[in-house]
Design a protein around this ligand. Structure first.
Ligand SMILES: Nc1nc2c(c(=O)[nH]1)N[C@H]1C(S)=C(S)[C@@H](COP(=O)(O)OP(=O)(O)OC[C@H]3O[C@@H](n4cnc5c(N)ncnc54)[C@H](O)[C@@H]3O)O[C@H]1N2
Ligand code: MOO
Length: 400
């Protein structure tokens, strides 16, 4: 707590306080697809990786004494992939292939380009003469030994995670259930895609952008998306229903100080415990975070389209990630230099739209404010600048 104006000084503190109260998803016993989902059980190595000493190159399995031989050395046999290896001959070398098992008593592998090859014999070139004991041999268990931990629960299963899971025999690991999310937009001025807007109306960009952001994540599932006018009772009913069939409800609009801003009251009415309402953020000051008794998430995002989507990325996705079981739910972001930054000195964490240039630097996207969804659409993400800061240090970058 701080100077009374805001429940938290830093958005991450607000996130942690709310995240602590969320119920983690149960295990999904019926999952038949694990890619993009969240690992629920620990995974240990079922065997050494590599499982045996193997060659890292196509070449010849030698003893160190072979390096002293000038002239031809007989190639006595070969160790090929997918076969158990022949014994190392007392004299002569074996042809060996990348990934094939290195026989006991082989002391190094010489790359074939470091030899002069002829029928059933090689000569070792000067480049090959300098190999050291163990050269080009991958030792059994050097990546990981049998029984050691590969992953703890809470890992997001990407293509690279999948490589290790399959390598250790976990084709269908246990995962957490997807987080079912409902999107509930509010406001009498917002129309559906089937209507054409009058001057005092606008299209529901928030609903479509939020659903798009959520649908990018295989560990989430959009349960429903609906719009509700500024009617307190209808909003309460819609929120109650959404909470009944989802794990999280994300609302937009109606969270600030207007006469028709019913969202905070309605959240309390349906049993939500408000953890924060208003944070020192721009955009996003009116944001509201709440939790139900069952540990479901409710977030009230401001209605302005830039504010809604910036805070969906900055605040909602981490909370949903926590709920999904991910342990790295609030990762630190890479810091980037930003050109053209002239931020005002404000007692707020400012989130500024940027585009990334070829040098990997951010360039500020000129914006007219939190209703400027044209600027939003031309950005790659945003940076976050601490309150009352005017220097041009690298800042954390949140990519869309
Ligand atoms: N007296 C104060 N007024 C306002 C404050 C404040 O602190 N004191 N905060 C301002 C800030 S910051 C924001 S952001 C807005 C957010 O207010 P609400 O969440 O109550 O949003 P609305 O008033 O409902 O709408 C704001 C704006 O966004 C448009 N909108 C709403 N829903 C959608 C939608 N689904 N798709 C596209 N656009 C939407 C809406 O028409 C308004 O133009 O409050 C300030 N006021
Ligand atoms: O969240 Mo508001 O967008 O700062 O205008």
């Amino acid at each position: 707590m701080n100077n009374n104006q805001y429940a938290f000084d830093h958005p991450d503190d607000a996130l942690r306080a709310l995240a602590d109260r969320l119920a983690i998803q149960p295990i999904d016993s019926g999952a038949n697809e694990c890619i993009g989902r969240v690992l629920a059980d620990p995974v240990n190595a079922d065997r050494d990786s590599p499982a045996a000493d193997v060659s890292a190159m196509d070449g010849y399995a030698i003893r160190m004494s072979d390096l002293k031989i000038t002239g031809a050395i007989e190639v006595v046999g070969e160790s090929a992939c997918g076969q158990s290896p022949p014994p190392m001959p007392a004299q002569g070398v074996l042809r060996i292939f990348t990934g094939a098992i290195v026989p006991d008593e082989c002391e190094a592998v010489i790359k074939r380009e470091d030899t002069v090859e002829s029928d059933n014999a090689i000569e070792i070139r000067s480049e090959g003469k300098v190999v050291e004991t163990g050269a080009n041999i991958r030792r059994s268990g050097e990546n990981l030994a049998a029984g050691q931990s590969v992953f703890e629960p809470g890992v997001w299963i990407s293509a690279v995670t999948q490589a290790a899971l399959v390598n250790f025999g976990h084709y269908s690991p246990t995962v957490f259930k997807r987080v079912n999310v409902s999107v509930l937009t509010t406001g009498d001025e917002v129309i559906s895609q089937h209507d054409s807007p009058k001057p005092w109306q606008l299209r529901n960009s928030n609903m479509h952008s939020l659903v798009a952001m959520l649908s990018n994540k295989p560990w989430l599932q959009t349960q429903s998306s609906q719009h509700c006018g500024d009617d307190r009772d209808k909003l309460a009913t819609a929120l109650q229903q959404s909470l009944g069939n989802s794990d999280a409800v994300i609302l937009t609009g109606g969270v600030s100080m207007g006469d028709y801003d019913f969202v905070p009251d309605v959240i309390t009415e349906v049993g939500g415990q408000i953890i924060f309402h208003r944070l020192p953020l721009r955009p996003g000051k009116p944001i509201l975070g709440a939790v139900t008794r069952e540990g479901k998430l409710i977030v009230g995002l401001p209605g302005n389209p830039v504010s809604a989507i910036v805070n969906a990325r900055r605040m909602v996705l981490p909370l949903l990630a926590k709920k999904s079981g991910q342990t790295n739910w609030l990762p630190s972001q890479p810091k980037i230099h930003v050109e053209g930054l002239k931020s005002k000195l404000l007692p707020l964490h400012q989130m500024i739209l940027v585009k990334i240039n070829e040098a990997g630097h951010g360039v500020v996207v000129p914006s007219k404010g939190s209703g400027d969804l044209v600027a939003l659409a031309h950005s790659d993400g945003f940076i976050q600048i601490p309150p009352n800061t005017a220097d041009n240090e690298p800042r954390p970058f949140y990519r869309w």
